[in-house]
Design a protein around this ligand. Sequence first.
Ligand SMILES: Nc1ncnc2c1ncn2[C@@H]1O[C@H](COP(=O)(O)OP(=O)(O)OP(=O)(O)O)[C@@H](O)[C@H]1O
Ligand SMILES: [Mg+2]
Length: 413
Amino acid sequence: MSSNIFDGILTQRTLFIQKETLRHTHTPERLPHRDAEVETLSFNLVEALKGHIPSNMILYGVTGAGKTAVTRYVCDQLLRKGEQIGRVVHPVLVNCRQIDTQYRVLSHLGNTLLEAHEEADIPFTGWPTDRVFSELVKRMDERGGVYVIVLDEIDHLVKKAGDDLLYNLTNLNAELKNARACVIGISNDLKFTDFLDPRVRSRLGQEDIIFNPYNAEQLQDILRGRAQNAITPDAIGDGVIELCAALAAQENGDARCALDLLRVSTEKAEQEGVSIVEQQHVRIAQAQIESDQVTPVIRTLPTQQKMVLVSVLINENNGLRNIQTGEVYHIYKQACNLVGQQFLTARRISGIINNLDMLGLITAKVISRGRHGRSKEINSCIPNNIDPIDVMAKAEPVFSEIFANRFRHQSRL
Ligand SMILES: Nc1ncnc2c1ncn2[C@@H]1O[C@H](COP(=O)(O)OP(=O)(O)OP(=O)(O)O)[C@@H](O)[C@H]1O
Ligand SMILES: [Mg+2]
């Protein structure tokens, strides 16, 4: 029988039992260290099972703190209990990062309530918003029961499209005759209510839940729980869970980050053909995850921003650290000349430097120089395993040419 490239890989021992259960989309059966949050939320939503209107709520907390997971879990339990005791409850979860306008949220809600009815779809666009709203109200009343409308990542929609949606949805009970509704907003921006009209703020924030970031010990428990059905027992080496948890605790206690580290480290061990995941695999996983996050940011920078970043890197390559804006600008102009591109004013470059700082590609620290005023000290901060010039050159070949030129900076060299 002829050999096949898949032979080795196919028979290779897998370290996973069920990789899927480590993915973000999987809702686990147990959520350690979130009992209080589960309880507060279910204590409010139990009203729906009694036919009453639960309070509107806002759930806050940093990314990866379990807000979506807790809400999904509670809504799922609510639905099951409703079916069991013959109460009509409809939890509906909308992700407002994906569905990000008032019109789209209303039509999405209207359309998810379609199944039992013969009505035509509400079109994606084209109707006046009040018509979509009254169609939604009509459909809710036809079905009856209590609606729990969860608007996940609501801060995105509010920042983009304002608070009209929240105004309308928190006013639903005034329009509904047969059905009832409450709204649960989820945000990882604690300040998002600053963007709301005071009336909307008071209607929506009848009750808040704050999700604190997980600490390293809590993340260990979460990882152990999630690993149980996901990874072969004994495959996880000493200190691996602890290291994943510690690294994720540094990332603001992000459980998503902890799970990614554990999954990718296990993949790395598997690819190496070893039977135990070791701490070194976690380090490799960390570097890869970091690079997967940073690379697309560099690749998709607008050309002028790439020019500025490359100018910082050229200076550093010439042996300079703590570079000043003027030094970046000097190289930047030469680079623009080389490739025959118009250069922007120093002021605009200063803005671009701030933006690169915000993206985490450089640090620009403002320092005081006494009577010489203030200036910036700029340093790149791109993870070691990424070659930024290579990434930029793949997107726009001219950048390898610019970098190869290594312009000198007269005043410092
Ligand atoms: N207590 C927990 N036990 C088990 N898994 C958890 C727990 N908390 C969070 N997770 C898992 O961590 C990941 C991130 O959680 P989740 O999506 O709920 O975060 P979030 O607070 O909604 O973050 P974001 O603000 O970024 O949306 C998910 O895969 C979730 O299943
Ligand atoms: Mg979420």
